[in-house]
Design a protein around this ligand. Structure first.
Ligand code: ADP
Ligand code: MG
Ligand code: ZN
Length: 481
């Protein structure tokens, strides 16, 4: 039997507010344990939550950008369960009446560009964190840190429409890019600002219904999501092939063993006893606010990508990488404004610049080479002051020191040698030192020419103008014939 995978994702994104969703405590990451807490977010008796308007605004921004249908009235509910990181004994979350229904994200899927539909987007508060001394399984002590409690989240739920682990990863990358463009979430997965639950089932290829699904919770890296799904799909296929049944359950992805493990089955699943939170009024959103937000949306990744292809005549692959973040796209546009050869600028960014940044795990914001420096260096190559090869060295210096290209070239004495008499001297020396190669060339072995060029470039430490070297070498080899 041939199977296909069916995947649906639930993504939690932390909204970029300074204070929490129902109190004035800071959302700052990295504070001392329990530093950012108050009676409201620690669930003391008698306190009342007050909704942070900015939270609603950022959630609306996201929902409008993702083409969701905004509910004029949405309701907060209490999701009841017991866990030491949840002091109130319930989490405030939207359940029956979410902020937004529908919408979609366009991805490059297995069969080209396609839309992945969203089920809903809703608001909720985060829970706290348990910290163990020793390992989680064999802890000597456990502590509760409530700094995260009450941090604002949106949950974005997709329809079961993704067909492979690669598509799931493509979806997450695209969504992360959009959230960052919108400045609603920093997308930092290591710090937990973006987390993903992945649901997966399999079914015979060509069938319509849905199989029994398993869910893997709280993964904080695209790679984990992809690997966990790959593993889980194979496990489900093997289970069915053995004539056994898939059990609906929550499984954990073990990042050290690269396997999924059962955490709890449906029978043990919680009954959350949802009911509307009596302490909070419904969220009412008037259409003028929505229209105002719609009018102020920034250019999003897909729009920017299309514009880059059209306005700068870039290949789609270049445009896609350059528009992955708004910062990188801005960098490119600033450099092109000063050195208007888009493809050359793109090549340098996509090869040299991104290679260095990736190696150092740095973002473009922390890059010492400004767009002005890059365009200045390209202008020097263009007017012949330096060779392309020296350009790479200048680039490395700029990256290391943050200095201007002109200053580096001057300091290092890297100006390109164009002067014919100076080059002629070097060429003579090369030819005299390699009599065997000269005779081979004269006997008709044209390929040796490249060897001579190489030798001249080596003797000038890459500073000779290659075009001049070619011309002079040809003259020399012909005239002495
Ligand atoms: P819950 O809130 O209990 O996790 P939902 O029914 O809201 O359950 O579904 C959560 C996610 O699981 C959604 O992204 C949905 O697309 C996905 N999903 C639901 N059924 C299946 C299935 N049979 N196979 C794969 N994914 C599924
Ligand atoms: Mg779920
Ligand atoms: Zn608080």
């Amino acid at each position: 039997m041939e199977y296909e995978a069916v995947i649906g994702l639930e993504i939690h994104a932390q909204l970029l507010t300074e204070s929490k969703i129902f109190c004035g405590c800071s959302t700052q990451f990295g504070a001392e344990p329990n530093e950012n807490t108050c009676p409201v977010c620690t669930g003391m008796p008698g306190v009342l939550p007050v909704l942070n308007r900015r939270v609603v605004e950022l959630a609306l921004r996201t929902a409008v950008a993702l083409k969701g249908e905004i509910a004029p009235r949405s309701v907060f509910a209490r999701k009841n369960y017991f866990y030491p990181d949840l002091p109130k004994g319930y989490q405030i979350s939207q359940f029956e009446a979410p902020l937004s229904l529908g919408g979609y994200v366009e991805i490059e899927g297995d069969g080209g560009t396609r839309r992945v539909c969203l089920t809903r987007i809703h608001l909720e508060e985060d829970a706290g964190k348990l910290v163990y001394e020793g390992t989680m399984e064999k802890a000597d002590a456990g502590y509760v840190d409530l700094n995260r409690t009450g941090v604002p989240l949106i949950e974005i739920v997709t329809e079961p429409e993704l067909r492979s682990p690669e598509e799931a990863a493509a979806f997450l990358r695209k969504l992360r890019s959009i959230l960052r463009y919108l400045e609603v979430c920093d997308g930092n997965m290591e710090q937990g600002s973006l987390r993903c639950d992945a649901n997966v089932s399999i079914r015979p290829v060509g069938s319509e219904g849905l199989g029994v699904r398993t869910e893997m919770k709280n993964m904080n890296s695209f790679r984990f999501v992809e690997h966990a799904l790959e593993y889980e799909i194979q496990r489900q296929i093997a289970t069915l092939d053995d004539g056994e049944k898939i059990i609906q359950e929550t499984r954990l992805w073990d990042t050290s063993k690269n396997v999924t493990m059962s955490m709890r089955s449906k029978e043990e699943a919680h009954d959350y006893r949802y009911f509307p939170d009596p302490d909070l009024v419904p969220v009412e959103i008037d259409s003028t606010w929505v229209e105002e937000i719609r009018g102020n949306l920034p250019e999003l990744p897909d729009e920017k990508e299309n514009r880059f292809v059209e306005a700068y005549e870039l290949p789609i692959e270049d445009a896609r990488t350059l528009t992955a973040t708004a910062e990188l796209a801005d960098y490119f546009e600033k450099a092109v404004a000063r050195f208007p050869q888009a493809k050359k600028v793109s090549n340098w960014i996509l090869t040299e610049l991104l290679r260095e940044l990736n190696r150092d795990e740095r973002e473009i914001g922390g890059c010492a080479v400004t767009p002005e420096h890059l365009s200045g260096m390209l202008a020097m190559i263009e007017d012949g002051s330096i060779s392309g090869k020296i350009g790479k060295q200048v680039f490395e210096e700029m990256y290391r020191t943050g200095k201007e290209p002109q200053a580096i070239v001057k300091e290092k004495g890297w100006v390109q040698i164009q002067d014919s008499s100076e080059l002629a001297g070097v060429i003579d020396h090369v030819l005299v030192s390699h009599p065997d190669e000269v005779s081979k060339y004269r006997a008709g072995k044209e390929k040796v020419f490249g060897f001579f060029v190489g030798q001249v470039m080596k003797a000038t430490r890459g500073q000779a103008n290659p075009k001049r070297v070619n011309e002079l070498l040809r003259e020399k080899l012909q005239s002495d014939n």
